[in-house]
Write a protein that binds this ligand. Structure first.
Ligand code: ATP
Ligand code: MG
Length: 395
């Protein structure tokens, strides 16, 4: 199953383009599902068909679903959340605040992504198109497996066998100690395994591609550039950009002349910023993009003769090459700025900070015991050299 995620700044046209892509894929004969993971769903409005949280057949090859974020959250995080809330209550944190603390931003969307894993495993669809929440939420959602791993290893790091032995004694001696039960451990392990599996699927360039939706305007493109950097940092492959709401050349009204000039300037800028990605264009239609007929027209005008389900770019954001006795790890960081970058290795993790974003990447086994020698940022790529004889790793 191919998975295509659309993300971009609020209001740029993610929902319309996801739906238009799905309509085109279905027409090409692919069994297609379009899912929205944004808790503010608008897929129904765009398709002009009531959808809801159960999967709904729209046409012979086309299915749609607005994932019930709260339901997925209860299902996947219910037991663990109760434990965290009880734990925080015992530490003196009051009910509502503890409830807020037991949920991280991006988590709801992450759980709705687990639906995709389920469809992937069931193999009942050829293509799944995901209409994501605006960029910030999507980044948090995609970074969540890293955060969860960190959280689970530290919060639930205690050995289950030891806990079983000491639990009755500890709870007798200390009033406010609360240790996880077997059920909580089981939920944590199960969830962790599912998230790891999901992450593996989403970072496989042959399966999953992220597409950036933007409008040819300065602020929108800047946000897409940031998204492009962070997606690469988290190991996701961006395979295309869709520039939406482009004024057609046939518009000759002088009122829009300046806008056409601005759009041309930013289309050129986008070509440079997103090189070598294909930039598809969707014109600004003279109507609201509502209903399957218009969405079909939109899908045709964006992809024309091309198959939207294909992988337009396969280049992985990470590569590792042997270099003498060591290795070079290349990390594609398009649009990143060297001055905003900070990097270090801790244990088996490579930690990279770019601006406000931080990623914790597990190093492959053959790099873990090698010292970090140097890091050079050149031509949109960060080259990190591991090697030498010393077992000492500089912090
Ligand atoms: N190419 C287009 N021509 C005309 N109208 C468009 C076009 N693309 C999107 N629209 C309109 O712009 C509005 C926003 O589109 P859409 O809901 O797809 O954006 P979004 O990025 O999903 O927004 P949100 O961030 O709120 O989820 C809608 O009213 C839609 O009909
Ligand atoms: Mg939307």
């Amino acid at each position: 199953m191919r998975i295509i995620l659309y993300t971009g700044k609020g209001g740029v046209g993610k929902t319309c383009i996801s739906a238009a892509t799905a309509v085109k894929c279905a027409k090409l004969g692919y069994r297609t599902v379009v899912l929205s993971t944004d808790s503010a769903h608008s897929l129904s409005d765009s398709m002009d068909i009531p959808i809801g949280d159960e999967i709904k057949r729209i046409s012979p090859n086309l299915y749609a679903q607005e994932v019930n974020v709260q339901h997925e959250m209860r299902l996947n995080w219910g037991d663990i959340k109760s434990f965290i809330v009880d734990f925080l209550n015992k530490q003196g944190m009051t009910g509502l605040i503890a409830e807020e603390f037991a949920i991280f931003p991006g988590m709801e969307e992450l759980f709705s992504l687990l639906k995709i894993k389920q469809y992937y495993e069931e193999a009942q669809f050829d293509v799944a198109i995901i209409d994501c929440a605006p960029t910030g939420s999507t980044m948090r959602m995609l970074n969540m497996p890293d955060i969860m791993r960190w959280y689970m290893e530290r919060f639930f790091h205690l050995e289950r066998r030891i806990i079983k032995l000491v639990k009755p004694v500890m709870e007798k001696i200390y009033d406010n100690v609360l240790l996880p039960t077997d059920e909580v451990y089981f939920s944590v392990e199960e969830l962790y395994a599912r998230i790891r599996g999901l992450h593996k699927i989403l970072t496989d360039p042959d399966i999953c591609s992220v597409r950036l939706v933007c409008n040819p305007e300065k602020m929108v493109i800047k946000e897409s550039q940031r998204a492009y950097t962070f997606l690469s940092l988290f190991g996701f492959t961006v395979d295309a950009v869709v520039a939406n709401k482009v004024l057609p050349e046939s518009v000759k009204d002088p009122y829009f002349a300046k806008w056409q000039e601005i759009q041309q300037k930013y289309m050129e800028y986008a070509r440079q910023a997103f090189h070598p990605l294909t930039i598809f264009q969707a014109q600004l239609f003279d109507d609201e993009m509502v209903g399957l007929n218009l969405l079909e027209k939109m899908g045709e005008s964006i992809f024309q003769e091309q198959d939207p389900a294909q992988v337009f770019l396969r280049e992985k954001p990470f590569t590792i090459e042997k270099n003498g006795s060591g290795y070079d790890l290349y990390l594609k960081l398009p649009c990143a700025n060297k001055d905003d970058m900070n990097m270090w290795v801790k244990g088996d993790e490579l930690i990279l900070e770019i601006g406000n974003f931080k990623s914790n990447t597990l190093l492959p086994g053959n790099l873990v015991n090698l010292p970090l020698k140097e890091a050079v940022f050149q031509g949109q790529k960060l080259k990190i050299t591991f090697g030498g004889d010393s077992d000492e790793r500089p912090e």
